[in-house]
Write a protein that binds this ligand. Structure first.
Ligand SMILES: Nc1nc2c(c(=O)[nH]1)N[C@H]1C(S)=C(S)[C@@H](COP(=O)(O)O)O[C@H]1N2
Ligand SMILES: [Mo]
Length: 383
């Protein structure tokens, strides 16, 4: 590779002639696009789950979060081969000599260190998370993944700024260099193989979201139709410790509001007007599936304990511990007539793993906010 000075390694220690600004800059553009989509969709998920005052997430279209979160996981996985080959294409630069050539060079190397470390951290934790393997993560995944994303995107912007002249040269001045590389494989061939690998990984996991791709979704940790009532389960009733409470004959759903409180047995809920809605469950881990839910409109329950107005609803689960035992339904979702306290899934009583006796289901919300095994709803005026 050109410009490599002799370091601790002899000349010729990195013989591949496939390495070149032509290859690196093209992989860089693909990575920039993938990182931007991945960062943007991740940020959106964060805003939906922790909405600041200025942010409001719509209830329509019902599939929007499905698409944005599917893209988040798909681009995150596509980054793996792109980043792998890009790092391979430049790693001999690590051994250039002298290692530091003044302050700007030191800062540039530091920004690359941050970039590589943050990007690898995001990929590893993201993959562990979609595989539901939390044991190696001795930290709270959502916060770590969120803050490291800012580190990564900051380092990427810096990196692009610093490398702009090299990128420009790689993209435009060496346009014809794709055929080069000597030996059997051309640079263009290696680039195509890398994009191909990214495509295959994406197709093999998108079956989590796109039903038509299920037959080829060999890498998907979840499939849309595997699980009780043909729907995957993230947290089972056993894991949530609600096996007894959920089937207790004394179960009642409590509803508290500004003008009173009520409680309902399952039979009482079932004797109220029932509505059926087709709404997807979209787990932030990238899987999603369509399902048909039947139950009582949240709106109808709100009307029993509050005068007409704009409300948010705190939904509490029978689950005693667990980070998703309490969620807040924001005013647009609380007011939407498709938001249900569901009693049935696909025409049968909810499976206990899907939240029997009653669960929340609301259009266009992350799965983590679709609280199962509801025990109490608290209706409060919208802030
Ligand atoms: N009480 C409670 N509800 C919960 C959860 C939980 O851990 N506790 N997990 C959520 C998550 S992460 C998802 S994706 C959906 C999945 O719903 P399902 O298991 O019926 O497919 O339930 C949500 N509801
Ligand atoms: Mo989830």
């Amino acid at each position: 590779m050109t410009g490599l000075r002799q370091g601790p390694f002899a000349p010729g220690a990195f013989p591949s002639r496939l390495r070149s600004p032509w290859l690196t800059s093209r992989l860089g553009v693909a990575l920039a696009v993938a990182f931007t989509i991945c960062f943007g969709t991740g940020l959106l998920d964060h805003l939906i789950q922790h909405p600041p005052g200025w942010f409001s997430w719509p209830t329509d279209p019902v599939w929007l979060f499905r698409v944005t979160q599917g893209l988040h996981v798909a681009t995150g996985l596509a980054i793996i081969p792109l980043l792998g080959v890009k790092l391979w294409s430049v790693y001999p630069k690590l051994f250039t000599w002298p290692a530091l050539r003044g302050l700007p060079h030191a800062l540039e190397r530091l920004s690359i260190l941050v970039l590589v470390a943050a990007a690898l951290f995001q990929i590893v934790t993201g993959v562990l998370n979609i595989a539901l393997w939390y044991t190696p993560m001795h930290f709270y995944f959502p916060s770590a993944h969120y803050w490291t994303a800012w580190l990564a995107i900051g380092a990427i912007v810096t990196h692009i700024g610093v490398k702009l002249p090299v990128i420009r040269e790689g993209l435009w001045r060496s346009r014809g260099d794709g055929r080069g590389g000597g030996g059997g494989l051309s640079r263009r061939g290696l680039l195509a193989a890398t994009f191909g690998a990214a495509g295959v990984i994406t197709l093999a996991t998108l079956g989590q979201t796109v039903a038509a791709l299920v037959p080829v979704s060999l890498l998907a940790p979840r499939r849309p139709r595997v699980g009780p009532q043909e729907l995957p389960v993230n947290r089972s009733a056993t894991a949530a410790g609600v096996l007894t409470l959920a089937v207790d004959p004394a179960y009642k759903l409590m509803i508290l509001g500004p003008s009173g409180s009520r409680s309902f047995t399952v039979a009482e809920l079932a004797s109220m007007p029932q509505h059926t809605e087709s709404l997807p469950i979209t787990c932030v881990e990238g899987w999603s599936a369509d399902a048909v839910w039947t139950g009582v409109r949240l709106n109808d329950l709100i009307a029993l304990v509050a005068p007409p107005g704009r409300y948010e609803v705190e939904a509490e689960s029978l689950e005693r511990v667990g980070i998703y035992r309490i969620t807040v339904v924001d005013p647009p979702h609380a007011a939407d007539p498709r938001t249900l306290v569901a009693l049935q899934l696909r025409g049968e009583p909810l499976d206990i793993d899907h939240g029997y006796p009653a669960r929340l289901i609301s259009p266009n919300r992350p799965g983590v906010l679709q609280t199962k095994w509801l025990s109490r709803l608290t209706v409060r005026p919208a802030p």
